[in-house]
Design a protein around this ligand. Structure first.
Ligand code: SAM
Length: 233
């Protein structure tokens, strides 16, 4: 299954940006996912190519016009059925289960990136856009949010990461943060690697890792710990 991604943005030159590097860049070259970037400004109709206007009700800042954004969305959505994701701090907060759900979805995704004060509400309602937030903070535009979300989603596609077993234990996949990782040298600046990891006892290593993952989750993320302990008791 090829994951088809379209970005609607006022800054098309920002893409693929970081998504064109390393594992995701290789996956893009191999066509495991495809990227189309559409410049919203192309759909402005006046000679100044205006895409925004002042907000009704007063207040500072500019809002992206519904007629312009509608044409940009239509140009993509009328070709094929797709899931429209609108990046906004007002959306449901993105997390690993949503990344997994999006990676498993066979529908193409269209990411709509806002700028300035955001996008006129009517066009979002008309297209039943899914509002998704990267977190409880405000960015200047939706592009970095789209890139971050895509990074988390696309690395879950089979074939993108060499050894997919590395996805099994990582943070959030089992509702826990990950245990600490170590590599060579065995001793570094007087610090040793925990003995159990050198023992070759797979069961003991797994038990140690689980204990460490539980301890760090309990300490740093009481919200995750509460859910996890509820499910495991
Ligand atoms: N006036 C908006 C508000 O207070 O909710 C913030 C607009 S923000 C300056 C401009 C654009 O950046 C938004 O339309 C959205 O696309 C994007 N953006 C900002 N913060 C974001 C976040 N936490 N998650 C996703 N997108 C965000």
């Amino acid at each position: 299954m090829v994951h088809k991604i379209t970005i609607l943005t006022l800054f098309p030159e920002m893409f693929p940006g970081p998504l064109g590097h390393s594992l995701l860049g290789k996956a893009l070259d191999k066509n495991l996912w495809t990227l189309d970037v559409v410049d919203i400004r192309k759909f402005a109709e006046d000679k100044h190519q205006t895409v925004d206007d002042t907000c009704f009700g007063g207040g500072p800042g500019m809002v992206l016009r519904p007629d312009v954004v509608d044409k940009a969305i239509s140009s993509v959505m009328e070709k094929e059925k797709a899931r429209l994701i609108h990046l906004t701090p007002r959306g449901r907060v993105f997390h690993q289960p949503l990344a997994r759900e999006m990676a498993d979805s066979s529908l193409p995704f269209v990411f709509l990136c806002g700028r300035y004060e955001g996008i006129d509400q009517r066009v979002l309602e008309a297209w039943q856009a899914e509002d998704v937030s990267l977190g409880d903070f405000v960015l200047t535009g939706g592009e970095l949010a789209a890139m971050t979300i895509l990074d988390a989603v696309l690395r879950l596609i089979p074939g993108v990461i060499g050894d997919e077993t590395s996805l099994e234990d990582e943070s959030f996949s089992r509702g826990l943060l990950e245990y600490p990782q170590y590599t060579r040298p065995r001793e570094w600046q007087g610090r040793d690697v925990p003995d159990v990891l050198l023992s070759g006892h797979h069961k003991e290593i797994a038990a140690w890792r689980l204990k460490e993952a539980e301890a760090i989750t309990r300490e740093r993320r009481p919200d995750l710990w509460e859910k996890y302990s509820h499910q495991h008791n």
